[in-house]
Ligand binder design. Structure first.
Ligand SMILES: NC(=O)c1ccc[n+]([C@@H]2O[C@H](COP(=O)([O-])OP(=O)(O)OC[C@H]3O[C@@H](n4cnc5c(N)ncnc54)[C@H](OP(=O)(O)O)[C@@H]3O)[C@@H](O)[C@H]2O)c1
Length: 260
């Protein structure tokens, strides 16, 4: 469906989504280059959930380029993990790539998966954990939304994240860095139909805020990657933010020009 674009002169963005920052990037830029010495990941052990595709895979490749020692990727589809591992290895031939197939919504399997990866890493503790796996739930309004879809979304996005966080904690270095791949959808005006996704992403971000408060020695960060064409949203149409059927009175509503 063609997307009616808004005026990107007035609002930075991609014509469909308004940027919440003054600058909108469509490509990686020099300041975040993994080749920068200040951003080196030399010798680091990094575990990434959902590392077989999309943002997780790109993150793994960037860490390989930054000199990581061991990168472990987790996801359900073995073929995705294997092809991602080949790409990661291509970025840095000396990085050790570990891939473990696991459904993160199954707690016992998650414990075993991280244990297995830690063993393959020679017992090395994890310096950087990236909680990235997630799904985009079926779209629909709150009224009339099927309980089974809601439950599946809770399991896929919240329970999986909870499982991964609880299970990784014993494997972390004392001052490990923990990243939550969150979403700007937690903060922008409602996008029609996306409430279940927005709700679980916002809930996860609260989980990570509490994790930080409870573990001040860790460095916990929620990031909002912006809009990236990956498998998660390849077949989903969101209306232009200007076309939104809904208005928001929530304090995080931030599409007004004076926000910048
Ligand atoms: N793309 C965007 O515009 C965007 C914007 C904001 C935030 N995000 C967030 O970015 C993260 C990555 O998404 P993406 O865009 O890169 O899409 P993606 O390519 O579909 O990546 C999602 C990954 O999560 C894994 N996964 C999903 N459920 C899982 C489960 N139960 N157990 C294990 N692995 C599971 C998938 O692997 P398997 O299917 O093989 O298990 C897949 O590799 C998500 O948390 C998403 O909410 C994306």
């Amino acid at each position: 469906m063609p997307i009616k674009q808004f005026d990107t002169e007035a609002y930075p963005g991609n014509g469909q989504f308004k940027s919440i920052t003054a600058t909108w990037h469509n490509e990686p830029y020099p300041r975040i280059s993994p080749a920068r010495p200040e951003l080196t990941a030399n010798g680091k052990v990094i575990f990434i959930t959902g590392g077989g595709s999309g943002i997780g895979k790109a993150t793994a490749i960037a860490f390989a380029e930054a000199g990581a020692k061991i990168i472990a990727i987790f996801g359900r589809r073995v073929e995705k993990l294997e092809s991602a591992a080949r790409e990661i290895q291509k970025a840095n031939s000396i990085v050790t790539v570990i891939r473990v197939s696991v459904d993160l919504s199954q707690r016992t399997a998650v414990d075993k998966a991280f244990e297995n990866a830690a063993q393959q890493a020679g017992g090395a503790a994890v310096d950087i954990f990236i909680s990235n796996a997630g799904i985009l739930q079926e779209l629909g309004t709150v009224s009339g939304y099927k309980e089974e879809h809601f439950r599946k979304g809770l399991e896929s996005n919240m329970l999986s994240t909870f499982n991964a966080v609880q299970s990784i904690l014993p494997h972390l270095t004392p001052k490990a860095k923990v990243f939550d791949v969150s979403s700007g959808i937690c903060h922008i005006s409602p996008l029609p139909g996306a409430w279940a996704y927005a709700a679980t992403k916002a809930a996860n971000t609260k989980l990570f805020q509490y994790l930080q408060a409870e573990n001040p020695e860790l460095h916990v960060v929620s990031i909002q990657p912006g809009v990236i064409l990956t498998e998660i949203n390849a077949n989903t149409y969101f209306e232009n933010q200007d076309d939104s059927k809904y208005t928001s009175t929530c304090p995080s509503h931030n599409t007004a020009p004076d926000f910048y």
